[in-house]
Design a protein around this ligand. Structure first.
Ligand SMILES: Cc1ncc(COP(=O)(O)O)c(C=O)c1O
Length: 436
């Protein structure tokens, strides 16, 4: 069994990006350089979230509206990150912000339940068949932790089975090196069969490895994993924190999955911090104050009303036609990137899960975290990121792209042109291409 950590790749410190590109970036972003320098005096590494760092320093953003971001130097970017999948309708989505603002004017957090929390929970219950009850937290990380605790309490078992390269947040017990965790390769049902012993409380899986490189789970693998978990008395926990943007009822419905627990976050808060778990009445009852010998679960800001209000509006506007349009746009962009990289002679594949894509500098698509990780060591990845930034397109250092409904036809054409141009520039730089 491999011991590869479950956490996704970290940003590289020395990415060996061509000096000409770094110089161009520095010349264009003096305001970001100065602001970053100031931040390092009070924030370790100048940031509060690993993924926002890249060498030599990150762009310091000032504003976002719809499909556009603005940095402190006044440079506008087309946003192809959408805060790592959470902004399904783009930045500062006016209906969601209006709902949140209305809440702010009348009190956003109370020492008592509120109708807005019930409204968002009702929406989730209506949309997702396996979700009959909902318990809110402040983040996907907290929701994962609650799901783990609930699974341990419900089964009386201690250990958790996770997949290499999976990301369920940055807290124990969902960290790969934790004493309660067993990790196995993704898409490998034999490894699941071997590792699913009778001390495993739950199998946690994403329907695709999101932070791990947007590696789709094979439907038969996911179904067999769910079945094995049930056979062996463990809970099957599906982490839909990212994938809820890809189907009205979560991707579980299309995959024929009925998880014991679903972990939710990101889009359900409409741009505000939130997390939630959903499942059967019987399981979720353990979190209720009215249940004897319940699982203690509290949090000053749980179910924050700005998130409840913004999230409800956001989900109502995320219907099946909107998701279909995003899916088509993502497929077209993937095709453009594949064609542009082939024309430039740079072996590249694009993996995709609905409106979430990932560019890999490998001739064949990675199927697990180990393969995806190997593809991140090339300086081509950082170079692509910087070239796109210099062209006014904001993407992720690790090659992930997340679309939003705020991107119109012109925006999508612009994104396609930027990738085509970027691959031509990369070809001219003659950076060695990895082989596999
Ligand atoms: C699949 C998945 N689960 C859980 C989390 C953690 O959510 P949060 O960042 O809200 O704590 C993330 C965050 O990226 C995620 O992608």
């Amino acid at each position: 069994m491999t011991t590869l950590p479950a956490d996704p790749p970290r940003p590289t410190r020395d990415s060996a990006v061509p000096e000409t590109l770094l110089a161009e970036y520095r010349a264009r972003t003096p305001g970001s350089a100065a602001a970053y320098q100031r931040a390092t005096a009070v924030l370790p590494g100048g940031e509060t979230r690993f993924v926002t760092y890249f060498p030599p320093y990150p762009v310091i953003l000032a504003e976002g509206h719809g499909s556009r971001l603005l940095d402190v130097d006044g440079i506008e970017y087309l946003d192809l990150v959408n805060n790592y999948t959470s902004l399904i309708h783009g930045n500062a989505y006016p209906p969601a912000m209006a709902a949140a603002a209305a809440v702010l004017a009348s009190g956003a957090v109370f020492p008592s339940p509120h109708e807005l929390q019930r409204e968002l929970a009702e929406l989730l219950v209506t949309r997702i068949p396996s979700v009959r009850r909902v318990r809110f937290t402040n983040s996907g990380t907290e929701a994962s932790v609650l799901a783990a605790r609930l699974a341990q309490r419900a089964t009386g078992r201690g250990r958790l089975l996770l997949f290499n390269g999976a990301y369920h947040g940055s807290a124990p017990p969902l960290l790969a090196d934790g004493p309660e965790v067993v990790t196995v390769p993704y898409n490998d049902i034999d490894a699941v069969r071997d590792a699913l012993t009778e001390d495993i409380a739950a199998v946690f899986t994403e329907p695709f490895l999101g932070a791990g490189g947007v590696i789709p789970g094979r439907p038969e693998f996911l179904r067999a994993t769910a079945e094995l978990a049930r056979e062996r008395g463990a809970l099957f926990v599906l982490d839909e924190v990212q994938s809820l943007r890809n189907a009205v009822g979560g991707v579980q419905t299309g995959l024929g999955l009925h998880p014991d627990l679903t972990v939710m976050g990101k889009v359900i808060g409409g741009g505000m911090p939130i997390g939630a778990i959903g499942g059967s009445e019987e399981l979720l009852r353990l979190t209720a104050a009215t249940t004897e010998r319940n699982l203690a679960h509290s949090g000053t800001f749980n179910g924050h009303l700005t998130a409840a209000a913004a999230g409800s509006v956001t989900l109502r506007h995320l219907d099946a036609p909107a998701i279909d349009r995003l899916d088509l746009a993502a497929r077209r962009l993937a095709d453009v990137i594949t064609a542009a990289s082939a024309a430039a002679g740079i072996p590249t594949t694009v993996t995709r899960a609905g409106s979430i894509l990932n560019v890999h500098f490998t001739p064949t698509a990675p199927v697990d975290a180990e393969q995806a990780r190997a593809a991140t060591t090339t300086p081509l990845l950082s170079a692509l990121h910087l070239v796109l930034l210099l062209d006014g397109v904001y993407t992720t250092p690790r090659g992930m792209i997340n679309l939003s409904t705020a991107l119109d036809a012109d925006d999508l054409d612009r994104a396609a042109r930027a990738y085509t141009h970027a691959f031509q520039r990369l070809a001219d730089m003659e950076i060695p291409t990895p082989s596999r």
